[in-house]
Design a protein around this ligand. Sequence first.
Ligand code: BT5
Length: 326
Amino acid sequence: MTIDAHILRALRAADAPAVSGAELSRQLGISRAAIWARIEELRSLGYEIEASPHQGYRLRTMPDVLHADDLLSLVAPRQVVGRDIRVFEKTGSTNDVVDKLARDGVPEGVVVFAETQTRGRGRLGRSWCSPARRGLWFSVLLRPNLRPESATQLTVAAATAVARALRGFARVDPQIKWPNDILIQGRKAAGILTDLSAELDHIKHVVLGIGINVNLGATDLPPELRRVATSLRLATGRSHRRADLAAGVLRELDADYARIRQQRFPDIAAEWAAQCSTLGQTVRIDIGGRRVHGRAESLDDTGALLLRTTHGHLERIMGGDVILES
Ligand code: BT5
């Protein structure tokens, strides 16, 4: 963990109203002057830190910016997801940035956030609207020991983790629409894009891209999305501190990734099924140029959707767009 992350963590600790410079300098093994310089740097980023000669430093308010050290200190302790966090002001697509890191051999668990994306991507070449500082637009690098056909497990795990984090953080009741949409009050509040790099029998790496509409107002969305999309702010009537939600999502994702490594995907699938608005519904699914109709019955152990078609067959669906028919 970096020095700034340590300082922010110590300042945040609930049992310490203020932390002395001497204490920080002892914990970190650097001079009090060096601590002071870091505090000044954090202040310039918008952290309001009070300094009193007798008590020491006290964190009064935090800005709603994404700061890698702040996120690192909020996420700790974690096993894999979030052990390295990078924040960019602007990128094309965070999935592309992480894919490049993957090809350069960076270990799994790195997370890249962008305050805005100029070419945010959805599936099948669709675009993802990513207005500056209003949402969480980020990607996670994973190198799971899974066969390529089980990659959907990661999308399912991510959807479950995002839904759990949203529920705990903002007391909303998210629903999951297979495979990658998180809905609040029936409108899309988050989406997941899983980019896979694989050989025939094993996954080389997966880039899990997650977009969450946090503080978007109605006019931050293009007109054609205003009736189908929402944000946490629109749904709850108040703004939310993005860094806290980001840390919550990363912690939940870390927990679900651990469950996948321990071959406990069925536990995730059960949790997913309990909040999925697709199961039990009569749906139409568009898969490339093909269209199938039927009833969404369950998930299998790879994360695929099992559809009872109108002809009575059970069809295994790996990806596609689901449209509710009833
Ligand atoms: C998705 O695709 O839902 C996946 C979205 C993943 C976005 C993240 S952001 C960080 C990372 N980097 C990236 O470049 N992408 C990932 P799909 O199911 O294909 O849905 C795309 C459709 O959702 C679009 O065609 C629009 O109709 C709609 N849409 C676009 N922006 C939206 C937004 N901000 N909120 C809700 N809906 C949106």
